[in-house]
Design a protein around this ligand. Structure first.
Ligand code: G4P
Ligand code: NA
Ligand code: NA
Length: 194
């Protein structure tokens, strides 16, 4: 996605060989117009998937997910990372290990909002090691729902996340794919369409 790639180049800050900071448009401040374009792009890529619901993880997955939900005309559910007072019904949960934080956390979705008749598009801001994506897929499985695929805003292709998912036959659509962040430079995976 050209406009996103350009935004990553102009506004992204390489913090290390592993981490790209995009706080100015995705992880802290949000660029609404860019989110709208991201939503349209995901909608285009998954429009034939029969999607009935979008599932993401708070907090940074919410903005791109809502814009996609608007385009596909489906509700957006976000998994919670913290216990919620109002989350009382039967919970679908998964453990997510964060390599960046080196800690295990639990994510939860009320079974009220996901059912066996749903076809779910999972969306997240980053795909690094794929732990969050795996946790969300586990929640989709517990609901007995069908997975339409995974939409990722920024894939770090040099980490282990994407390949095992694609090898399982899951449709993983990443709007930009980063090959390397070495020496403070952002190098993208070369793609035919951009
Ligand atoms: P994984 O899910 O792919 O295994 O990744 P990991 O545990 O390493 O990610 C933990 C958090 O760090 C996630 O956000 C993830 O989106 C984010 N993250 C991973 N790599 C990068 C990166 O290069 N740049 C940025 N900006 N974020 C990265 P989170 O803790 O769930 O936070 P949030 O959704 O509230 O923003
Ligand atoms: Na994040
Ligand atoms: Na995230």
């Amino acid at each position: 996605m050209k406009v996103l790639k350009e935004k990553v180049i102009t506004d992204g800050v390489v913090l290390s060989d592993q981490i790209l900071k995009v706080d100015s448009f995705l992880n802290h401040q949000i660029d609404p117009l860019l989110m709208k374009q991201i939503g349209e792009e995901f909608a285009e890529r998954f429009k034939h998937g029969g999607v009935t619901k979008i599932l993401t993880l708070e907090s940074s997955g919410i903005a791109p997910s809502v814009m996609t939900g608007l385009c596909l005309d489906v509700p957006v559910v976000f998994a919670r990372k913290r216990k919620s007072l109002t989350l009382q019904n039967k919970l679908l949960t998964a453990s997510v290990y964060s390599f960046t934080k080196q800690e295990e956390s639990k994510i939860a979705v009320s079974s009220e909002h996901l059912s066996a008749s749903d076809v779910v598009l999972v969306i997240d801001d980053f795909l690094a090691n794929g732990q969050a994506a795996r946790g969300l897929i586990h929640i989709v499985e517990q609901a007995g729902a069908k997975l339409a695929g995974i939409g990722i805003v920024i894939e770090k292709s040099f980490q282990e996340g994407a390949s095992p998912l694609r090898e399982k036959g899951i449709k993983v659509e990443s709007l930009v794919r980063i090959k390397s962040l070495k020496d403070g430079k952002i190098e993208f995976v070369k793609e035919a369409n951009v």
